[in-house]
Ligand binder design. Structure first.
Ligand code: SAH
Ligand code: DHB
Ligand code: MG
Length: 221
C-alpha cells in the first residue's frame, strides 16, 4: 500500500461523492499560483469538516491556520446566513490569497481573516464578542498545538466541537523516540487532552492523497 494507491482511491471517492466545484478548484489554482504550499485538506476531508459543522449546527466557527482559505470555504458553507467564521493566519501573503478566494466564494461577508501569530489573535478573541464558538478547527503550526488546544477549550461552548488536523503524522506520533518538533507538539497535545476532564476525544487514522495521517475529534463537556 502506497500514497499513490491511496490517492487513486481518493480520486474515485471524490469523483463519486463530491460534485465538481469551480470555486474550490479556482481556490487551489490561485493558491498554487501564489506559491502557497499544497497542505490544504483534501476534498473529502473538507467535506467531512463541512458535515461535522452542519451536524453540530455550528453558527460560530473558529479556524486556526487559514492558508489559502480552502478549508475555510468548506466550513463557512456550513454556516447559516447569519453565521460567522473567524480564521487565523500568521502570513499576510497567505491571508491575502485567502481573502480573494473567500470573496470569489461569496463568503467574505461571513468570514473574518485575522492576520498575526495565532496565540495573539486567540488572546484578543477571548476578550471580544466573537466567542464562544460552536466549532474550532486547529490546523496551524504543530508545535503550537498545545497552546491552541488550551485556548480553544476556553473559547468553545459546552457541547461544542474541536477538530485537530494532522495528529498521526505517518504514525510517528506513537514513536516515543521521535524528536521532530511537529511530532512533539502533537504528543504534548495528547497529554493535555488525556489530563483534561472537560473533553471526550478520539483520533482516527487516515490514508489518502495526503498520505498517512489522522484527525482528532473532541467534544467539550
Ligand atoms: N487549514 C488550511 C491549511 C492550513 S496550513 C486548509 O486546509 O486549507 C497551516 C497554516 O498555518 C499556514 O498558512 C501557515 O502560514 C499558518 N501558520 C503557521 N504558523 C502560524 C501561527 N503561529 N499563527 C497562525 N497561523 C500560522
Ligand atoms: C503540513 C501541514 C498541514 O496542516 C497539513 O495538513 C499537511 C502538512 C506541513 O506543515 O507539512
Ligand atoms: Mg492540516
Amino acid at each position: 500500500m502506497s500514497k499513490e494507491f491511496w490517492t487513486t482511491v481518493d480520486r474515485y471517492l471524490c469523483a463519486t461523492l463530491i460534485p465538481a466545484d469551480p470555486v474550490l478548484d479556482a481556490t487551489l489554482a490561485d493558491s498554487t499560483a501564489a506559491g502557497l504550499p499544497a497542505i490544504n485538506v483534501a476534498p473529502n476531508q473538507g467535506r467531512m469538516l463541512h458535515l461535522i459543522a452542519r451536524i453540530a449546527g455550528a453558527r460560530r466557527i473558529l479556524e486556526i491556520g487559514t492558508l489559502g482559505g480552502y478549508s475555510a470555504i468548506w466550513l463557512a458553507r456550513a454556516l447559516p446566513a447569519d453565521g460567522r467564521l473567524v480564521t487565523l493566519e500568521l502570513s499576510p501573503t497567505h491571508a491575502a490569497v485567502a481573502q480573494r478566494n473567500l470573496a470569489r466564494a461569496g463568503l467574505d461577508g461571513r468570514v473574518e481573516v485575522l492576520v498575526g501569530p495565532a496565540t495573539e489573535s486567540l488572546a484578543a478573541l477571548a476578550a471580544g464578542p466573537a466567542a464562544p464558538f460552536d466549532l474550532v478547527f486547529i490546523d496551524a503550526d504543530k508545535p503550537g498545538y498545545p497552546a491552541y488546544f488550551t485556548a480553544a477549550l476556553r473559547l468553545t461552548r459546552p457541547g461544542g466541537v474541536i477538530i485537530v488536523d494532522n495528529t498521526v503524522r505517518t504514525g510517528l506520533v506513537a514513536d516515543p523516540l521521535c524528536t521532530d518538533a511537529n511530532v512533539l507538539g502533537v504528543r504534548k497535545l495528547y497529554e493535555l487532552i488525556a489530563a483534561e476532564p472537560r473533553v471526550t476525544a478520539t483520533t482516527v487514522q487516515t490514508v489518502g492523497s495526503k498520505g498517512h495521517d489522522g484527525f482528532t475529534l473532541i467534544r467539550v463537556e
